[in-house]
Design a protein around this ligand. Structure first.
Ligand code: GLC
Length: 675
């Protein structure tokens, strides 16, 4: 029998929702043991009064049960049903049909949705044919603890990497206690230490690895949220594991975060979009009410409601999609991305990003601090980092989305956005000597569709540092573009990721790397790499950061040096066939990182000091270093992680061809940028 039992009970201090049944399936997971506890039904009124907080929890070790608690901030969205592949729109009130029935699930879910402060559902029903149906699909069950039989086999065969790589490095025991072969090559002591630390940062949920904590400094008594698994921080860890032939942790991470995505989340009675992925999550082991001596693991996500500044984790979903594709490419496990729940997860994220708004540009409009720089740094609007990740996620989705009647509109929207976005960035974000000179001579107040100075940029905005800094050859993509505003700062992640994803034209990509080489002393210096250049100082620092004492000039996000950016630099160099440049940067890092205890970031203009408030034993510093090493050793694997120009995207367009007054169709123009 394949059923799902739902019971809702009311407990103190918060309500608990218990879900599990023998052989049941929820979100594609199957559970071995039935938890028969059935509580009282939770009325619609109660949902309203208390709001709900959802915990995914697991008790008693591997796959024994599935518990979901709820607290005043979050709600879970649960579902299972038999309408495999049948889109259903969730409607109706809070009604229980039977003690073990789907309709309870459906109604609970719809009840949440009815309380959403968003109207997005209606908007997107039109555009993307009601992709909201989620748990209502009877998805392929997955056993969490040991995901694939093939993987098991591989491990038994001595943990030969999924792609024939065999550089497993570690102690006598691997991630899951399995035997690790001695590596094929000599690894440095620094690398050995890094692997040990990375493995030590692994977080288990119900006995299975699901991610890595942001930092694990034993001497840090106030880790704040650095003891959580951050989505963006986990990416280099995931790549290190994948490149080392270990796919399980990544698969678990992708599936568990997918569950978290579907929870309805509220911040002060407002619900952000359903596809939102958390910034981070924590695995907590909590005592079970009324069961002395018993405890359970729970997943507790943070969607920004606890984050300093309440910043929205816009990049999380984009990273999730990018990682899903990387997992597929590096393991060859195409089954995961094809799953109904995974496909739905991709669509929910895209849906959030592609929703119509008031935007005039194809770039994604976000608030300050919505990415790696997750505090006020004057990057609200259309920051390059988000656009580059958005573009990459769209390219990933284009490869991964299964095209059928219900997705064809979404796929068309993805294609259109890709070409419009690349045209916009290539044309308007690009600066080099010639372009800056053009801006310097701009006329302002032009009113017409033919305006040259489309964004009404006042030439006085060109900062004095840039006039001297911009090299004769080489250029870069600026940090942000808004009406009458160009942020000329160089943001490293956005520029690197533009190279990796081919958001820039082939020539632009080459020029960006040339600029980094040319400006090595400013952007790399003693420690790769500056998060942005230059720092905001004096009045600018006061006004733009709000006098942030953590983001003082040349510290942290404000011109600090972040070793984690090394892996993205390595990937970009490898794509542009300049691995020697990456090697130079890796060697610099290797010389200092271990000695300095793997800091999160470095301070000062040339990155000489360990950052003022820098965490030590920062996992993405460690993982970024290891990933860089592995990429350099395995160019073939690296090539699976970047994209070349997609000429198909530059081809035919339906947008404005033939419309009078619209001279430049973006696809046509995009093509002419390249060819
Ligand atoms: C800081 C960083 C952010 C990172 C987090 C965990 O908040 O700004 O990018 O994800 O720490 O390392």
């Amino acid at each position: 029998m394949n059923t799902t039992c739902i019971a809702v009970s009311n407990m103190r201090p918060c309500c608990r929702m218990l879900l599990s049944c023998k052989n049941s399936s929820i979100f594609g997971y199957s559970f071995r043991k039935c938890d028969h506890r059935i509580g009282t039904n939770l009325s619609k009124k109660q949902f309203k009064v208390y709001g709900l907080r959802g915990y995914v929890s697991c008790r008693g070790g591997k796959g024994l049960g599935y518990r979901c608690g709820i607290d005043p901030n979050r709600k879970g969205f649960f579902g299972s049903g038999s309408d495999w592949g049948q889109p259903r729109v969730l409607t109706g009130g809070c009604r229980r049909v039977d003690s073990c029935g789907r309709s309870v699930v459906v109604n609970v879910a719809s009840d949440y949705r009815n309380h959403s402060t968003s109207v997005e559902g209606h908007v997107n029903d039109k555009s993307f044919e009601r992709i909201y149906v989620r748990g209502g699909l009877n998805v392929k069950p997955l056993v969490i603890e040991r995901v694939e039989k093939e993987e098991k086999l591989r491990e038994e065969e001595g943990r030969v990497g999924v792609n024939g790589l065999n550089v497993n490095i570690g102690d006598s025991k691997g991630l899951n206690g399995s035997k690790v072969l001695s590596p094929k090559r000599e690894v440095s002591e620094v690398e050995k230490e890094a692997w040990e630390l990375l493995r030590g940062a692994v977080v288990d949920y119900c006995g299975n690895p699901v991610g890595t904590v942001a930092a694990s400094d034993p001497a840090d008594s106030t880790p704040l949220n650095y003891d959580q698994v951050f989505i963006r921080d986990f990416v280099p860890s995931a790549l290190a594991f994948l490149l080392n032939g270990e796919g399980e942790i990544v698969k678990n991470f992708l599936l568990h975060t997918l569950q978290l995505q579907s929870w309805e989340k509220t911040v002060d009675c407002h619900s952000p979009g359903q596809g939102l992925m958390p910034a981070s999550f924590k695995v907590k082991n909590v005592a079970i009410d009324g069961k002395i001596g018993e405890s359970e693991d729970i997943l507790d996500p943070d969607f920004g409601e606890s984050a300093i500044g309440r910043v929205a984790p816009v990049d999380s979903g984009l990273w999730w999609i990018i990682l899903l594709r990387a997992y597929t490419k590096l393991t060859g496990d195409y089954g995961l991305q094809a799953r109904v729940d995974v496909q739905t997860g991709i669509r929910l994220i895209l849906n959030l990003c592609l929703t119509d708004g008031f935007d005039m540009f194809p770039t994604l409009l976000v608030t300050d601090g919505s990415c790696m720089i997750d505090r006020r740094m004057g990057i609200h609007g259309h920051p390059l980092e988000i656009q580059a990740l958005f573009y990459s996620a769209l390219r990933c989705s284009r490869e991964m989305l299964i095209v059928n009647d219900s997705t064809k509109n979404l796929v068309a929207a993805v294609n259109n956005r890709l070409s419009a976005l690349s045209f916009h960035i290539r044309e308007y974000y690009w600066v080099d000597m010639k372009k800056i000179n053009e801006i310097y001579r701009y006329k302002t107040e032009e009113y017409s569709t033919d305006a040259i100075n489309k964004f009404n940029i006042y030439p006085d905005q060109i900062p004095s540092w840039l006039v001297d800094w911009i090299p004769e050859s080489g250029g870069y993509l600026i940090g942000n573009l808004q009406p009458a505003h160009m942020d000329f700062r160089f943001f490293t992640l956005g520029n690197l990721w533009s190279i990796v994803s081919s958001l820039g034209t082939p020539k632009q990509n080459e020029s960006i790397l040339n600029l980094i080489e040319d400006k090595w002393d400013d952007l790399v210096a003693h420690m790769p790499l500056k998060i942005c250049y230059p720092a905001l100082e004096y009045e600018e620092w006061r006004v733009i950061t709000g006098s942030d004492p953590k983001n003082t000039p040349w510290s942290y996000h404000n011109g600090g040096s972040w070793p984690t950016l090394l892996w993205q630099f390595t990937l970009a160099c490898m794509k542009m066939k300049k691995p020697e440049l990456a090697r130079k940067a890796v060697a610099l890092a290797e010389k200092k990182l271990s000695e300095d205890h793997w800091p999160e970031y470095y301070d000062t203009r040339r990155g000489r000091f360990i950052g003022k408030q820098s965490r030590l034993y920062q996992t993405w510093t460690i993982a970024g270093f290891l990933t860089s090493k592995l990429l350099l050793e395995n160019p073939e694997m690296a090539s699976k992680l970047f994209w070349e120009e997609d000429y198909e995207l530059l081809e035919s367009c339906v947008c404005a061809i033939g419309k009078p007054g619209r001279k430049k169709c973006s696809r046509y123009a995009a093509k002419s940028q390249v060819v």
